[in-house]
Ligand binder design. Structure first.
Ligand SMILES: C[S@@+](CC[C@H](N)C(=O)[O-])C[C@H]1O[C@@H](n2cnc3c(N)ncnc32)[C@H](O)[C@@H]1O
Length: 311
């Protein structure tokens, strides 16, 4: 496995592993620590930071395992040595469920277990990306494999230029990107730049729960995420609606995706809370019919698109 350490190396620091990375600095576990920007890190059984999450994270884990598995199995033969995976909001690779203490695997470590050839991981939280690197190195097959892994530390928007420089040549590779921030931490322009001229299928965490809860707050970030040229509240008011329902928002977003060539989308596996209220939809978008066929094979495996696959 070849590794590169991108933005974190700037400024002269490119630590190997150890206490000086901040990995074992318990202050990083404090949710009030502004470096974590409200995210909650806790400690996993391996002694490294993990995301503290709710039970429904198991749904996401299931969906990502299925989708990355089917994607690499189907596409690996057509694109030998040229499959890549991008995860700019990767987290530390492990999660701990708040109520039960059960541990789950985060998106980047799900992806390293399937046969992509190149990986691009990023997170604004330094201790998360440091921990992910340690965990990735601990996976036996990774060390001896031909895989390459690049790590980016910092705001996704700020590291995008570096990521684009490192990605494999656009016409000669096929990728899958998982865009899973807390809420709407990337703009539609970010998405356009990441995907321009690429064969890159995308999974987007479309956080419908937060969107509805915070709908009446002014939010240029939400406007930019939804690619709305004006205030989102005015935009949908102009169309004669109050708080739009989930379908209206998803349809709007998927229309915007269509404008940049993502003609094939699926969002029929909402992740719900214990009251059965949808929290977020994982939108799958592809420029290719085959991409969406693969994704749909996953929802067909579940009862009417509902997650009921774990005990
Ligand atoms: C929902 S968690 C990701 C979970 C991960 N996909 C998994 O399956 O475990 C969101 C991550 O995005 C990171 N993050 C939030 N805003 C960011 C930004 N603007 N740029 C880069 N990373 C960001 C957080 O530090 C956090 O680790």
């Amino acid at each position: 496995m070849k590794q590169s350490w991108m933005t974190a190396c700037f400024g002269g620091k490119c630590p190997a592993f150890g206490n000086d990375t901040g990995l074992f600095d318990k202050r990083n576990l404090n949710p009030m620590n502004t470096r974590n920007r409200g995210q909650y890190l806790t400690e996993a059984s391996d002694g490294l930071p993990a995301l503290s999450v709710a039970e429904h994270a198991k749904d996401k884990e299931y969906a990502l395992k299925e989708i990355t598995g089917i994607f690499t199995r189907a596409m690996g033969k057509k694109w030998p040595g040229r499959l890549y995976y991008v995860d700019p909001f990767s987290g530390p690779g492990r999660c701990v469920i708040k109520d039960s203490g059960e541990e789950t695997v985060g998106s980047p470590l799900i992806a390293v277990r399937v046969p992509f050839n190149h990986y691009y991981f990023g997170d604004l939280n330094q201790s998360s990306i440091d921990s992910l690197r340690v965990r990735t190195n601990q996976i036996e097959d990774m060390a001896s494999s031909e895989k390459t892994v690049c790590y980016f530390s910092g705001e996704a928007t700020e590291t995008l230029d570096e990521v684009l420089k490192e990605l494999p040549p656009a016409g000669k590779s096929l990728g899958l990107a998982v865009l899973d921030p807390w809420a709407w931490d990337f703009s539609f322009d970010y998405l356009k730049r990441l995907t321009r001229n690429r064969r890159l299928d995308i999974l987007i965490n479309f956080n419908i729960g937060d969107m509805k809860r915070r709908w009446w707050e002014p939010s240029p970030r939400l406007d930019a995420f939804l690619n709305i040229p004006t205030d989102h509240r005015e935009f949908f008011e102009m169309k004669g609606r109050g708080v739009p329902d989930a379908r209206t928002l998803l349809d709007h977003y998927e229309r915007e995706l269509g404008k940049i060539g993502y003609d094939y989308t699926a969002d029929d596996m909402p992740v719900r809370n214990s009251n059965n209220t949808p929290l977020y939809h994982i939108i799958y978008a592809s420029r290719n019919k085959l991409g969406i066929k693969l994704r749909n094979a996953v929802s067909k495996k579940t009862a009417s698109g509902q997650f009921k696959m774990f005990e």
